[in-house]
Design a protein around this ligand. Structure first.
Ligand SMILES: [Ca+2]
Ligand SMILES: [Ca+2]
Length: 314
């Protein structure tokens, strides 16, 4: 006699459970769909941002090619002007070209035969000191790029090879080859964030020997040409080059600044008044997607080719 109400109760609970389960499933499906839509939009916007970055690179190629005087490159030229932000559907595009030869190439420190390049070594150590950094950091940089695994630059500081890096908390090996990217410096012994922030604006990582363009190099890079140059001397060189730059390297070398300490032939061989390597930096925002793309371009007489293209850093 009591069985019927109990059964009805169980049926009601079962029905409620089914409704609850169906509701949960429906909500899960709807939110999953929303997530899919969002994810697809992110992917699309990310791709779109990357395509815009390639367009900035194309713009850079055209501007660099249109430069009428490729024998002289200075900071008043069209390529050196920042692109005004451009509005694009759903976002904004920013871009500029930077002369990589207005920086010191870390890979100049060793000659192609693997031997130390004395003028570059002196230059780099002076640059570090001028930036109020310890010039003893040099040894670890040399070990990082030389092919062997011996620390052998005691005169220039504490070196570091595999035995040092393999004993760190997160072990890794030394590159033992040229820098491919300046961000590699962060892995080199002694190059913490503070050192990196000070040095990064003045260095580049190009393959082989690359001359410094005295028309685009910042004052601290000019000051490092001789140990005795002062900040004032470097500022005078910047004043002398003016907006249009030196039209001949002789004119730079004959500056009164060098009267009492002439630049050696080897030093002059490391200098130029024009450039072939440029960095194109583009920052794109489309919807919620952001892309920061760095392209290294090499300019020749018939146009510019892309050597590397990276996101985030270069
Ligand atoms: Ca030019
Ligand atoms: Ca090494």
């Amino acid at each position: 006699m009591n069985a019927a109400p109990v059964q009805r109760g169980v049926a009601l609970i079962t029905a409620l459970l089914v409704v609850a389960l169906a509701t949960v499933a429906a909500v899960a499906m709807a939110s999953r769909q929303q997530l899919d839509v969002r994810r697809t939009a992110n992917l699309l916007q990310g791709d779109q941002a990357y395509v815009y970055a390639q367009a900035v690179e194309d713009w850079a190629r055209v501007v660099l090619k249109r430069d009428e005087n490729k024998q002289v490159d200075s900071l008043d030229e069209d390529w050196a002007q920042q692109l005004s932000p451009i509005a694009v559907p759903g976002g904004q595009v920013n871009g500029f070209i930077l002369d990589l030869q207005g920086r010191f190439n870390l890979n100049n420190l060793l000659n192609s035969d693997g031997q130390l390049s004395e003028p570059d070594l002196n230059y780099f150590r002076t640059l570090l000191r001028n930036l109020e950094l310890n010039d003893q950091l040099t040894a670890a940089v040399l070990d990082w790029i030389d092919v062997d695994t011996q620390t052998r630059y005691e005169d220039y500081g504490d070196g570091a090879e595999d035995d040092f890096y393999l004993s760190t908390d997160v072990p890794y090996r030394a590159a033992n080859r040229e820098f491919q990217s300046i961000s590699e410096l962060r892995l080199v012994r002694g190059f913490d964030a503070e050192v990196w922030n000070k040095l990064a604006p003045y260095v580049c990582a190009l393959q082989g020997r690359v001359a410094l363009n005295v028309n685009t190099a910042a004052a601290p890079l000019l000051q490092a040409l001789s140990e005795d140059l002062t900040q004032r001397d470097a500022e005078q060189l910047v004043e002398e080059r003016g907006e249009t730059g030196f039209e001949r390297l002789d004119a730079f070398a004959n500056s009164p600044v060098f009267a009492s300490r002439p630049l050696s032939q080897a030093q002059q061989g490391n200098l130029a008044i024009n450039s072939s390597y440029f960095l194109v930096r583009s920052e794109i925002g489309v919807g919620s997607a952001r892309a920061r793309v760095f392209s290294v371009l090499q300019r020749a007489s018939n146009g510019a080719t892309t050597l590397t293209r990276t996101q985030g850093t270069w």
